[in-house]
Design a protein around this ligand. Sequence first.
Ligand code: XMP
Length: 522
Amino acid sequence: MEISNNIEISKQKPILVVDFGSQYSMLIARRIRELEVYCEVISSSKTIEEIRDMNPRGVILSGGPASVYDTSAPATDIELLKSNLPVLGICYGMQLMAYQLGGRVNPSKTHEYGKSYLKINNNTSLLFDGIPEQIDVWMSHGDKVETLPPDFEAIGLSMNSPYAAMANSNKKYGIQFHPEVVHTPMGKDILANFLFKICEAEKNWTPAQFVETTVNQIKEQVGNQQVICGLSGGVDSAVAASLVHGAIGDQLTCIFVDNGLLRKGESESIVRDFSDHMKMSLVHVNAKDRFLSILSGVTDPEEKRKLIGNEFISIFEENAKQLGDAKFLVQGTTYPDVIESMVDDSGVGAVIKSHHNVGGLPEKMDLELVEPIRDLFKDEVRKVGTNIGLPDSIVWRQPFPGPGLAIRIIGDITSEKLEILREADYIVTNEIKKAGLTKETWQAFAVLTSSKSVGVMGDDRTYGYVIAVRVVHSEDAMTADWSRLPYELLETISSRIINEVPNINRVVYDITSKPPGTIEWE
Ligand code: XMP
C-alpha cells in the first residue's frame, strides 16, 4: 500500500513545462528531472482548467521561435498568469508574460545570440538566492522586453537589455536567458531556486522509487495475462522488458527477430544476456535470409526502413501466434517519443525520418500496450537499468537504429558489404571503448559509403570502398555535435580499418553536427 502512496506523491504535484516550440523545451524538463522533481511537457493550448486539473506545483513557459506580435503566435491562458501559481517564463516565455500582462515587447534590431552576462539587481529575489552578482548566461533572442508590465520589477540586466530578468510579488518570474543549457553555468542553481524556494517542490523522483511504483503498475495492468515483447538488444527495450519481467516473471515472453543487420557479436550477446543470465523466456528467430532477400537491390533509405519494418511485423506476428493468446505488448517508448508525437499532432515540426518501425503492430494484432518507460528520458532509462541490476554492457549500449546496418550501408545491401561494415564498425567501437570514451559518446559507428577511391598498398594500385567514421555526443539525439577525438585515436582507428578490413583503402571522419546533418547517413 505504501507503494501506491508513493505513486501519488511523486507524480501528484508536477512541474509543467508549456512548450512553445523551443528546441530546448525537452532540455528544461530533463534539468528538472535531474533535480529529482517530476515534470511533464504540455502543449501551449492547455486552458487554466486543464492545467489546474494536473495539480502542478509550478509552471515554466518555454522559449520558442515566434514573436509575440506574430498573428499565429502561441500564447498561454492569461488566467494562468493572473493565478497564484508560480510561473517562470524563459526567453519567449518571458516576452509572452510581459506582453500578456500589459508590458511592451520590442522586435529589437540587435539580436543577442550566444554568451552574455547577467547582472543581478539588489539580490533579494528568491530566484537568484545564493547566485553571484554577475554570471555568464546563454542568450538566443531577437525580441526583448521594452516596458515591464505593471507591478513587475527588473531583477537582472544584460549587455543588451535593462530587463533581462523580471519578477512580481505574485510568484511570476521572467528570464531572457536560457538556464537549461550548459552554457549558463549557474542555470541549474537558478532552476533549483525556482523549484525548491518558490514552488516548494519536493525531491521524490528517483530511480528506486520509479522501479517500485512501475512494477506495481505493471502487475495491476496485466493481471495474469500473457505478455510479449520484441527485444532488439537496445537499452530501451531491455529496461522495459526487465521491468515487466520483474513484475510478472514467466508471463512474459520475449521475441528476438535476428534480421542479420546487427553489429558484430550482438545477436549472440542478446541471447546470452537475456536468456542465459536473466532467465527470460526468449524466442530467437533467425530471419537473416528473409531480410537480405527483401532488401536485394533496394537503395532508397525510406524504402529500406519500410520494408524492414513490415517484415519485422510479419515475422513477429507469425511467432507471437505460435505462442498462444498474448493480450499485451511491451514497448520501449520513451518520453522524447511521447513529446515528439505530441508536437507532430499539433502540426509544429516536421518528421525528418520515419523512425518507429514497429508502429502498426499493436493495432494489427489487437494488443494492449505496456509502456513502462514512457515517462523517462534516456539518461533516466539508464539509471533505472542500473538500479534493477542490468550490466553496464546493456545499460551503456549505444542507441542503435531499428533498421540496423541497412541504413549505414549507402545504396544496396549485400552480405559481403554487411561483413565489411561489421568489421570496420567493431574497430571503431572497440577503440572508443579502449580509450575510455564509451560513456561520454552518444554514438560511435562506421558507415560504408557508396564511394570507391584509388589507393596504393605495397606496390599495388587499389580501388576500394571508403569508410566514414561517425562519432557524436548528444543529450537526446535531437541535436548532436561531432566528437573532437584525439588525432592519435583517429589514426589508430583509420590504420586498423585499412589493415584489418578487406576492400577498404580510405577512411574519412564525419565533422558534421546535427543540425544540419542527421546522426545516421541515411
Ligand atoms: P538521426 O539520424 O535522425 O537519428 O539524427 C537520431 C537517432 O535516431 C536513430 N535512428 C533510428 N532509430 N529507427 C530507429 O529505431 C530508425 O529508422 C532510425 N533512424 C535513426 C539514430 O541512430 C539516432 O540515435
